[in-house]
Structures are given as C-alpha cells and as structure tokens.
Design a protein around this ligand. Structure first.
Ligand code: KMH
Ligand code: ZN
Length: 275
C-alpha cells in the first residue's frame, strides 16, 4: 500500500456535458473559478480546464481561456491550471492550441485517435507533434491522455523521435465509449506498458470514475475526477459539483492512508518546472 501524497485533478467542465444534463456544470469564468475554489478546498490541486461560450458551446478561444485562468488565479492562486489541448471533437490544431499562447504551466496531449461515442477524436501524428512542439517551445509540462493501449506505444515512438522527453506523466482515461473500458484489468495492463520513472493518473469515465479512483489510490497513482468525466456521485444521484467527487476521493485517500499533496508537492511529483 502506498503512502505517497495523492494528487487529485478536478475536471470541472469538459466540452461535452451541459447544464441540461446537470445544473452544476460551470460555463462562465466566474462559475469556473467558484468551482475550482470549491474543488481546491476539498483537496484538488490540479484544475483540468476547458472553457465555454456563455451559451455553453465549447471553445478553445484564447481570450475566453485568459478570462477563466485569471478568475481562477484570483480565487485560488496556488492551484495548478492544466489547459486542455483536446478541446472538442472536430476542432483544428490551431483552435485547440490557443490556450498554450497564454503560457500555462501544464497542458494535456492526446496521443492517438479514438472513437468518441458516435464521433471520432482525431489525433494524427502530425497533429500530436504540432501540439507537443508548441507546448515544448513554451516550456509547458504535458500530460499524456491515454484513451486506448496504442496511445502509450505512440508516446514511446514520439520519445524515440525526440518529440517527447521523459519523465513522462500519463493519464489513463478509461471508459469512453469507443476507447478502452474502465475495468481494473485494463488499468493493470496499462501500468505494465509505461516506462519506469513515469508518473500516472486514472480518469475513469461514467460509472468507472469512483471505483477506478480507489484502485489508483491503492496502486500509488494519482486520480482525476469531475463532471467532465462523470456527473453522478452515486447511481442515479447527480453530484452537486465536481467538488463532491473530489471530496469522495479525498475520503478514499484518508482511508488508504495517503495524505493529499500540497501544491508544492504536486508540482514536484508532476515535474512541473518552477516559473
Ligand atoms: N473533449 C475531448 C474530445 C483533453 O482535454 O485534452 C477531449 C478531451 C481531452 O477532453
Ligand atoms: Zn478534457
């Protein structure tokens, strides 16, 4: 059993979930900041950030990101903001990488193409490399988003090519319809595929979220939860916000004897360069 500090990432908004699905989904900068602050108070140290237009349409617009990042910074300056470069399905690389122009400290990088419900989340090698180059040039730490086993192999190819550099940090996003499912045997297999010295996290989607969080905690990994991935705190019961899911995970950590990471410890574990 690991007693290492646990880093909880809160995925508070996403690009797919809507207010119609849950009234707790934040859209505006102030709503995002309020939710980020509540998640931080419950123990989340990383805020995985997507942004929306006022009507809820997902966007990667740089200025909309700027507003949200500034609002979060005012409320929780210690939080680590991880901008999404995935955006929503169908967006171009140019659209998706706009938030990198704000020089955030952390971002995502999806390393393969996957069926995403009835859509396709497209990430050809030229797309992945273009996103990675833009992040690397700006010194932005990247988290590898792994929706299926081949995504890890793609990371290894990109390391060989010099596009990505260890130490690597992986996020296993398990349970997307079209990607790898969220059972523990899938997690255990993935853990055999990543290079020694890597750090990792699990983001279980839908009903897989909370059970996989417990499994990750037991294995010494990190955890992502939030409304982007799952709207429910228990079967048929909507979470009051991402903060309630963070609170549940903080409870699992306490039971398992894992302290919650401080923001400084989180930056150190994730190898986020100090600025
Ligand atoms: N919205 C998904 C299509 C990321 O944030 O980097 C992609 C996504 C991944 O959410
Ligand atoms: Zn995302």
């Amino acid at each position: 059993m690991s007693t290492d500090p646990l880093i909880i990432t809160a995925a508070i908004c996403g690009a797919e979930v809507t207010r119609e699905m849950s009234p707790a989904v934040p859209y505006t900068a102030e709503e995002l900041a309020g939710e980020a602050a509540r998640c931080f108070a419950e123990g989340a140290r990383v805020i995985h950030l997507h942004v929306r237009r006022p009507d809820g349409t997902p966007t990667q617009d740089r200025e909309v990101f700027r507003e949200a990042i500034e609002a979060i910074g005012r409320q929780v300056p210690e939080a680590i903001i991880q901008v999404s470069t995935g955006g929503a399905v169908g967006m171009t690389v140019e659209e998706r990488t706009q938030p990198l122009e704000l020089n955030p400290e952390f971002c995502t990088l999806s390393t393969g193409t996957v069926n995403f419900g009835d859509d396709v989340f497209m990430n050809s090698f030229p797309m992945i490399e273009a996103i990675a180059d833009k992040a690397r040039q700006r010194g932005i730490r990247m988290e590898m988003e792994i929706f299926d086993a081949g995504f890890v192999d793609n990371v290894l190819l990109l390391v060989k090519k010099g596009v990505l550099e260890p130490p690597l940090h992986f996020d296993f996003v398990l349970g997307v319809p079209g990607g790898m499912t969220g059972t523990v045997d899938r997690l255990d297999f993935l853990l055999t595929t990543i290079p020694e010295g890597s750090t990792w996290m699990v983001a279980g989607v839908g009903r897989f979220e909370l059970p996989l969080a417990r499994e990750a905690i037991a294995r010494g990994g990190q955890v992502r939860v939030g409304l982007e991935d799952n709207l429910f705190i228990s079967k048929g019961v909507l979470a009051q916000g991402s903060w309630e899911l963070v609170k549940a995970v903080a409870g699992y950590a306490a039971e398992a004897g894992r302290p919650l990471a401080t923001p400084e410890q989180a930056r150190e574990i994730l190898a986020i360069p100090t600025r």
